[in-house]
Write a protein that binds this ligand. Structure first.
Ligand code: NAP
Length: 312
């Protein structure tokens, strides 16, 4: 039985596979070229991919009939063709919950950074422009009293709301279904009209692709902030660039479309945008726990048990 893991993972969770006699191959490099992925998966029983690996029908067919489980090292499985997996009887699992606190923390970090122009201020000081104090310099927004609109009230959205409440923000939200939470549930259009800060925490699917199109971006409050720590494809990037040139106060983006965002992209030229390289779950604790869950799920399927975190 052979397993392919597309990146080195933190911790020693893969040892549990070796102990069970499973042969584990780990790609030691940074990016994994498509051709290498296609070659490495030949004959594998299981696969642990990351968000950067497109796992489609071609990959599944190259793996062949031995492939039983794709245990994604992620929450959000938009990089996996779920229909193709279902059609081939391949189980797909993910790592929910354990990265929610880390991703919520990063969302608040982006919010404070954009609202208080921290990156602009740091560059101003570092570049030697800080010669005096002025009452009108680098003025930003104060969070207390602002309304946060959470789009997608799941594991991460709930934690973002809790953190934002501590800053004195009012919370409104939209989701597929209302939750037993003390915040007003609005439809998306109502939320965009009410919120000073819109934060995305829903999966990227066919239905949610470009959910924030040009019309909706410009339906956000003038002077508002957009936060996206979910998936880049939820937002029309071209329209966002326009909205950031006058309509919005700023944006904090941990995910982009395209991703990675190429050097020279117009978003990098805007001083009111803070972009981080998809590091929502990048804490030692979260990444270790994601590895634990991926191995738990993989082993469960290999041993004929129901995996703890099934997607398909
Ligand atoms: P989750 O617990 O499954 O929550 C997702 C929420 O989105 C659910 O509450 C769901 O609604 C809601 N939703 C789904 N479709 C919707 C729609 N069409 N309109 C409105 N709401 C919708 O997932 P999570 O752990 O919070 O993660 C959310 C997303 O964050 C993931 O899908 C992933 O793409 C992204 N993510 C990013 C990072 C990063 O590194 N930046 C890390 C982790 C996750 P109901 O509950 O009402 O059904």
């Amino acid at each position: 039985m052979r397993i392919f893991v597309t990146r080195e993972l933190p911790g020693n969770h893969l040892d549990r596979l070796w102990e069970k006699g499973v042969q584990v191959e780990v790609w030691p490099g940074e990016a994994l070229p498509r051709e290498t992925l296609l070659k490495q998966v030949e004959g594998v029983t299981g696969l642990i991919p990351t968000v950067e690996d497109r796992i489609d029908a071609e990959v599944m067919d190259r793996a062949g009939p031995a492939l039983k489980v794709i245990a994604s090292y992620s929450v959000g499985v938009d990089h996996i063709d779920l229909e193709a997996a279902r059609a081939r009887g391949i189980r797909v699992t993910h790592t929910p919950g354990v990265l929610a606190g880390a991703t919520a923390d990063l969302t608040l970090a982006l919010l404070l950074t954009v609202a208080r122009r921290v990156v602009e201020g740091a560059a101003y000081a570092r570049e030697g422009l800080w010669k005096n104090w002025h009452p009108k310099r680098l003025l930003g927004l104060e969070l207390e009293g602002l309304t946060l609109g959470v789009v997608g009230m799941g594991e991460i959205g709930r934690r973002v709301a809790q953190r934002a409440e501590a800053f004195g923000m009012r919370i409104v939200y939209t989701s597929r279904t209302p939750k037993p939470l003390p915040y007003p549930f609005l439809d998306l259009e109502g939320l965009l009209a009410a919120a000073d800060v819109v934060s995305l925490h829903l999966p990227l699917t066919r239905e949610t692709h470009r959910l924030l199109d040009r019309r909706r971006l410009f339906a956000m409050k003038a002077g508002g902030i957009l936060l996206n720590t979910a998936r880049g494809g939820l937002v029309d990037t071209e329209a966002l660039v326009e909205a950031l040139q006058g309509h919005l106060f700023g944006a904090g983006l941990d995910v982009t479309d395209p991703e990675p965002l190429p050097q020279g992209h117009p978003l990098y030229a805007l001083s009111n945008v803070v972009i981080t390289p998809h590091i929502g779950s990048a804490t030692t604790k979260a990444r270790d726990q994601m590895a634990r869950l991926a191995v738990d799920n993989l082993l469960a399927v290999l041993e004929g048990r129901e995996p703890p975190n099934p997607v398909v």
